[in-house]
Design a protein around this ligand. Structure first.
Ligand code: IPE
Ligand code: IPE
Ligand code: MG
Length: 225
């Protein structure tokens, strides 16, 4: 039986949920944050060691300013209000993505939060912010060239943002859309993928548990028979 160590999630469908239930995309994002908190707790409960959440893609800058600003404000208040709780629960925060494009204040707070939680061992919470897999791979290739080291799978692995983190065992995408949207293209090579029809704010404990239980019974071949 497989036990999942690393779960990655494309948390999609906040906007549609918001329009449907609150007549506002932004209120859907706010509701989605409640699911984030629940899933963090449930991951610990299920002995998951790495949880990667796709929170903002390199392509999400195409959205209206009003929505981007709201997402940034949610991130800011999450950091301010929750970091001590995360820390007390043994959670290590790690950011993947290009932070330079974020406001200085957020960059500083993200750095502080990572530093504060660095030694924690219960769960590593990896937040993908201004993350794009293609840009990550281009950066990795540049880094390899700069260091003048040989090009092989290990050197690529070690040049990605996810250096040292095992590949996801499970990828979940909510929001009734079956695509990867530039998320972890290299790291997901052998992950088990679960597309969920529900919008992210409606994703609940039972949905999560069902996926983990299904995963446990899958025969993973990795090319073998
Ligand atoms: C995903 O939900 C969250 C972010 C991209 C921040 P969406 O905002 O993409 O929700 P839909 O897909 O428009 O419903
Ligand atoms: C993927 O969702 C990005 C995040 C969940 C942060 P999107 O809603 O941006 O993906 P597309 O544009 O529908 O592919
Ligand atoms: Mg979407």
């Amino acid at each position: 039986m497989n036990t999942p160590k690393h779960v990655a999630i494309i948390m999609d469908g906040n906007g549609r949920w918001g329009i449907e239930n609150r007549k506002s995309r932004n209120l859907g994002h706010k509701e989605g944050l409640k699911t984030v908190e629940k899933i963090i707790k449930l991951s610990i409960k299920n002995n998951i060691k790495f949880l990667t959440l796709y929170a903002f893609s390199t392509e999400n800058w195409k959205r209206p300013n009003f929505e981007i600003k709201f997402l940034l404000s949610l991130l800011e208040s999450f950091l301010k209000e929750k970091i001590d709780e995360l820390n007390n629960n043994g959670i290590k925060l790690k950011i993947i993505g290009e932070l330079k494009r974020f406001p200085k204040k957020i960059q500083i707070n993200l750095k502080k939060a990572q530093k504060k939680t660095y030694k924690n061992k219960k769960l590593e919470l990896i937040l993908a912010l201004n993350y794009g897999s293609k840009s990550e791979l281009v950066n990795a290739i540049k880094l390899i060239k700069k260091k003048n080291i040989s090009i092989n799978e290990r050197s690529v692995d070690n040049s990605l943002y996810t250096k040292g983190i095992p590949n996801p065992d499970i990828l979940i995408r909510t929001g009734n859309t079956n695509r990867l949207s530039n998320f972890l293209l290299w790291q997901l090579s052998y992950s088990e993928i679960f597309f969920v029809k529900k919008m992210w704010p409606d994703f609940n404990e039972r949905d999560y548990k069902n996926i983990i239980e299904k995963f446990k019974k899958i025969k993973r071949n990795f090319g073998n028979i």
